[in-house]
Design a protein around this ligand. Structure first.
Ligand code: NAD
Ligand code: 0WE
Length: 264
């Protein structure tokens, strides 16, 4: 029996086979979960439906997370197929590209700040709000994806760092709201992974190299490793864990400088 047998999971944030959400869906399917998906815009619709079919799911709903109406529609539709829901994966982040290339103070705008926080942080709250009735009384687990740029600065992550800091604080407050209903809320802080969201970022390759050099494990992590941690956090094996951020980054966040960096 899989670690997630009998669990119903909604996965938000599959865009390609490189998506962290794709790896999570794959691991969840392996562990026996039943899956449903949302996709952003019709262009991604066909692609996501094809991937869902590989995991024996035909539950795919359009959802731009900036729209409360689209979010509400997802749960109206889902309610027709499922009597409840056990797990929600939130694997969404976005800031306008101009916000992620240059000096923070020079390039951050009111509108870029708003969008980054709306799509990357508020959307988790919006999903939790809309899902609450379906989550009740079934050992629910919510999980979101974050990045260490929330805690320490690095070039170009800029306003996304603030949005992730907000998201991480929101994990704790959501855990407080939903804990009495038996619902757990956690995040995974992943090390850098080459996905669509990373492909637009200048010198991402260089960043991967620097990360591997400093990380205690001396390598970068894979989406599959993030996914296995997601399986654990959303399974009943983690029944005592809520309001936590778990780093899946090879230990990078704990190391200020490594011997390898000294030898350069
Ligand atoms: P990805 O591009 O595959 O996934 C990002 C997803 O966000 C896409 O599916 C996209 O459709 C969705 N999205 C963006 N705006 C949306 C909107 N308005 N409505 C609905 N969906 C929207 O990239 P990824 O790396 O898998 O990113 C997933 C999560 O992981 C993000 O929160 C990201 O910040 C986080 N993360 C990524 C890395 C990394 O290095 N790749 C590291 C740590 C955390
Ligand atoms: O959270 C992210 C990426 C988030 C992201 C990426 C894009 C690219 C395309 C948000 N918005 C956009 N908007 C676009 O138009 N990561 C953790 C990956 C990432 O992004 C970085 C990183 C890392 C790591 C940006 C700068 C520095 C490091």
């Amino acid at each position: 029996m899989g670690l997630l047998s009998g669990k119903k999971a909604l996965i938000v944030g599959v865009a390609s086979k490189h998506s962290i959400a794709y790896a999570i869906a794959d691991a969840f399917h392996r562990e026996g979960a039943e899956l449903a998906f949302t996709f952003q815009g019709e262009k991604l619709g066909e692609r996501v439906k094809k991937m869902a079919a590989e995991w024996e799911s035909d539950l795919c709903f359009p959802c731009d997370v900036s729209s409360d109406e689209e979010i509400a529609q997802v749960f109206t539709e889902l309610n027709k197929h499922w009597d409840g829901i056990n797990i929600i994966i939130h694997s969404v982040g976005f800031a306008p590209a101009e916000e992620l290339d240059g000096d923070y103070l020079n390039i951050t705008t009111r509108e870029g700040f708003r969008i980054a926080h709306d799509i990357s942080a508020y959307s988790f709250v919006a999903l939790a709000k809309a899902a609450r009735p379906m989550l009740k009384g079934r050992n629910g687990a919510l999980l979101t994806l974050t990045y260490h740029g929330s805690q320490q600065t690095l070039p170009n992550y800029n306003v996304m760092g603030l949005a992730k800091a907000s998201l991480e604080a929101s994990v704790r407050y959501l855990a407080g709201s939903l804990g009495p209903e038996g619902i757990r809320v956690n995040s995974i802080s992943a090390g850098p992974i080459k996905t669509l969201a990373a492909s637009g970022i200048k010198s991402f390759r260089k960043m991967l190299k620097k990360n591997a050099e400093r990380a205690p494990l001396k390598r970068n992590i894979t989406a599959a490793e993030v996914a296995n941690s997601a399986v654990f956090l959303c399974s009943d094996m983690a029944s005592g864990i809520t309001a936590q951020n778990v780093y899946v980054d090879g230990g990078f966040n704990t190391c200020a400088m490594s011997l390898d960096e000294m030898e350069d």
